[in-house]
Design a protein around this ligand. Structure first.
Ligand code: GDP
Length: 365
């Protein structure tokens, strides 16, 4: 599955946040395919549509879809030089699909800051620089070889060389690969390079308890937002300490607690949804009386592939999919209602599944 890695300097609140993630963790019996790894936290993806479908269909059970976070401990200055833990750190980042960088935006004189003071931008730059240097090295290793081929009139090599030069220039200006503009064609070549700084980045501004309701007064958060805008990255504000407390509550208690604070959605839920979208993921539903369930697919996937998310047999034997949009199903109140209104479609092998589709697959065994 796709996973988002959590990184950050020491003492910024990573462990606190990761504990909140594992505490809130999904009931593993429902997700037997999930990795059992202490560094992986599985969370349910909050989705109000699933609750609404449950009300409509009244199934025996409801199963949300899940998302994985991976805890990547131990960034150290000099990681790109391959010293000690550094190499391991970078190889772990190479394996994740998106990066959530926790940034300290809270003051607390009892908690040491590695650089001596709270300075979120300097922290971000420290980590990003290691990633950029590692990418610069990969690009430099490749560029000479490709240049030679390009001179021999190898068209593909010339094409790649041009891309490598632009990347190198960005890296030398401390810019990550995700800020460089590429066409779709070029992007295919770039993807093959397995760069670290092409991965989508999300900054998790960790604020103090006092700032959680209204973070607009927190100047560090403002700084992170401005930085992220230039960095082609997103920002989510959380208070890891409060998230850790919330994660110990059950659903009812959590709702009451958030209401009391005047918050609509917990920071962790926002983080889960943001990371999910950052990875280009979307949700379709199956809605039967036995079970109403949300399933994750990558945007752009066709109906048979989406059926394969449930079971490989569904993909192999795919015939067609009865499909209705979530909105139509809610409007007409039931599958039959939607069918009578002509809103249920029979989609074939080429259908590109849309976020919110409610699907019933027909297949041969
Ligand atoms: P890590 O080294 O990045 O994993 O950081 P930890 O999660 O261990 O947090 C370091 C210290 O900061 C711990 O004492 C946490 O209790 C504290 N901490 C984490 N998040 C917050 C927060 O939002 N507010 C405050 N005041 N302290 C926090």
């Amino acid at each position: 599955g796709l996973t988002a890695g959590i990184v950050g300097l020491p003492n910024v609140g990573k462990s606190t946040l990761f504990n909140a993630i594992t505490q809130a963790g999904a009931e593993s019996a429902n997700y037997p395919f999930c990795t059992i790894d202490p560094n992986v936290g599985i969370v349910e993806v909050p989705d109000a549509r699933l609750n609404k479908l449950t009300e409509l269909v009244q199934p025996k059970k409801t199963v949300p879809t899940v998302f994985e976070f991976t805890d990547i401990a131990g960034i150290v200055k000099g990681a790109s030089k391959g010293e000690g833990l550094g190499n391991k750190f970078l190889s772990h980042i190479r394996q994740v699909d998106a990066i959530c960088q926790v940034v300290r935006c809270f003051e607390d004189e009892n908690i040491t800051h590695v650089a001596g003071k709270v300075d979120p931008i300097a922290d971000i730059e420290t980590i990003n620089l290691e990633l950029i240097l590692a990418d610069l090295e990969s690009v430099e290793k490749r560029i000479d070889r490709v240049a030679k081929l390009a001179k021999q009139r190898d068209k593909d090599a010339a094409y790649e060389h041009d891309i490598l030069v632009r990347l190198k220039e960005a890296f030398e200006n401390d810019q990550p690969a995700r800020t460089v503009e590429f066409t779709e064609e070029e992007m295919k070549v770039v993807k093959g390079m397995h760069l670290l700084t092409i991965k989508p980045m999300l900054y998790v501004a960790n604020v103090g308890e006092d700032d959680v309701i209204d973070p607009s007064g927190n100047e560090y958060v403002q700084m992170v937002r401005e930085f992220a805008a230039k960095d082609n990255a997103e920002v989510i504000v959380v208070c890891a300490k409060i998230e850790a407390e919330i994660s110990e509550l059950d659903e009812e208690e959590k709702k009451a607690f958030l209401e009391e604070l005047g918050i609509e959605e917990s920071g962790l839920d926002q983080l889960i949804r943001a990371a999910y979208h950052l990875l280009g993921l979307a949700t379709y539903f199956t809605a039967g009386v036995q079970e109403v369930r949300a399933w994750t697919f990558r945007k752009g996937m066709k109906a048979p592939q989406c059926a394969g998310v449930i079971h490989t047999d569904f993909e192999r034997g795919f015939i067609r999919a009865e499909t209705v949009s979530y909105e139509d199903l809610v409007q007409y109140g039931s599958m039959n209602g939607a069918r009578e209104a002509g809103r249920v479609r029979l989609e074939g092998k080429e259908y590109i599944v849309q976020d919110g589709d409610v699907m019933h697959f027909r297949f041969n065994v």
